[in-house]
Design a protein around this ligand. Structure first.
Ligand code: SIN
Ligand code: CO
Length: 397
């Protein structure tokens, strides 16, 4: 459990409550040495290796003689061989790899250090590599982001400009004009928090032979339009479920003769308006929508199902090893209802502490399970289904 009243090293000695009150979604904060001795989680070669994998989202962004180019992965060795080895001011480039937390346990652990922000807001851990001068140019994001410096250095420029006009025709969002208001040269372990829509520009600075790697911990803020359209889709599914259908048919015993048979009368319009107004939703339905929607995996996420296992064997292994969420799994909860990768399950009050531990910390240890005695069969059956689907794994010994 996070204690919001403890000063946190990762926040430069302020408490999570102070951070939320004064900075979150409001203004930038630079924290020098937020993670002491942080050297990064993977080497440039390992990052390039990830970018060559089929299921990994990656991009190479190049600035060639002032013109921007973006190429999407998966890449192969030749793609990297074609990039300049030595820093070239006429050809700058960077490699960006999304959702590194889905592929690297250390990435998921790093995200755990940001548990003072709800998981419902989390997007992913993106890692970038750039030789001297490389970067994605001046831009703004719609996200809250913590930019943690790994190896090498980066010069961050920020601007509170309101002119957010973009270079036309560029394959990525580059600000047409950028006025630097403040700049910082960050090094390994430094952390820069930026609220959404704040213009920024990170330029890689090589430190001797060590090129720049930056770890972006991004928190998504869904657009209101996206929430509304997704919710209406959810409500459509809800209304189509057995027992939820709206009763009755359209009634017009009061029909009067119309001058134009093709006209939709004002009487019909107002009757249907009143019918549609009877569609109501409760906070419970909104909670169920948020749980399924926000835990839904992104379209490119594929789980590897586990080998079939009998229920008794599953139960035995659960008691022996405990269980963890797969790196790609997203688990959220509201009250007694738990959501894993877009699927929901209600449990009795007795089991909520155990499942809350799994959702909050992505792991339940054998000792956590032992406190509860025998697990009820419906819960075992659900965990077994999720295990077979590849959403859960037994803890390694
Ligand atoms: C990066 O190039 O790693 C930083 C991305 C950003 O500015 O959001
Ligand atoms: Co950015």
């Amino acid at each position: 459990m996070n204690n919001h009243n403890l000063p946190l090293q990762i926040l430069g000695g302020i408490t999570a409550t102070e951070f939320l009150t004064h900075y979150w979604h409001k203004k930038p904060l630079l924290i020098k040495n937020a993670i002491p001795n942080f050297k990064g989680l993977l080497s440039p070669e390992e990052l390039a290796g990830l970018a060559c994998e089929e299921e990994v989202q990656s991009r190479i962004v190049e600035e060639i003689k002032g013109k921007w180019h973006a190429t999407h992965g998966p890449f192969d060795e030749d793609d990297f061989a074609n990039l300049p080895e030595k820093p070239d001011p006429k050809h700058r480039w960077t490699l960006l790899v999304q959702s590194v937390n889905h592929h690297l346990p250390e990435g998921a652990e790093l995200l755990g250090q940001f548990n003072f922000i709800p998981h419902a807001r989390l997007d992913d851990l993106m890692v970038s590599y750039a030789p001297d001068g490389g970067g994605v140019g001046p831009h703004f994001d719609s996200y809250d982001v913590f930019l943690l410096q790994g190896q090498g250095k980066r010069l961050w420029r920020i601007s509170e400009q309101t002119d957010l006009s973009l270079v036309e025709g560029a394959p990525l969002r580059i600000l047409k004009n950028f006025d630097t208001a403040q700049e910082w040269l960050v090094e390994a372990g430094d952390l820069l928090y930026l609220p959404p829509h704040l213009a920024h520009w990170g330029i890689a600075v090589s430190d001797g032979n060590t090129d720049c790697m930056t770890y972006s911990i991004g928190f998504r803020a869904p657009k209101v339009q996206e929430l509304a359209t997704e919710f209406l889709g959810f409500m459509q599914d809800t209304l189509n479920k057995e027992g939820n259908a709206l009763p009755g048919i359209y009634l017009d015993a009061d029909l009067t003769l119309q001058a134009h048979p093709a006209e939709i009368s004002s009487s019909m319009i107002s009757k249907v308006t009143n019918i549609l107004k009877t569609i109501q939703w409760s906070e419970q339905e909104v909670a169920a929508f948020l749980g399924t929607y926000l835990s839904e995996p992104k379209a490119d996420v594929i789980f590897n199902p586990n080998k079939k296992m009998s229920l008794p064997k599953f139960n035995e292994n659960l008691m022996r090893y405990g269980i963890s969420l797969d790196l790609k799994s997203q688990m959220l909860f509201t009250d007694h209802c738990f959501y894993l990768n877009g699927e929901s399950m209600s449990v009795s009050a007795k089991w909520t502490p155990l499942l809350k531990t799994l959702a909050d910390y992505r792991k339940i240890a054998v000792e956590d399970i032992a406190q509860f005695g025998e697990i009820e069969s419906s819960l075992i059956a659900q965990l077994h289904d999720w295990y077979i689907a590849g959403y859960l794994y037994f803890n390694k010994t």
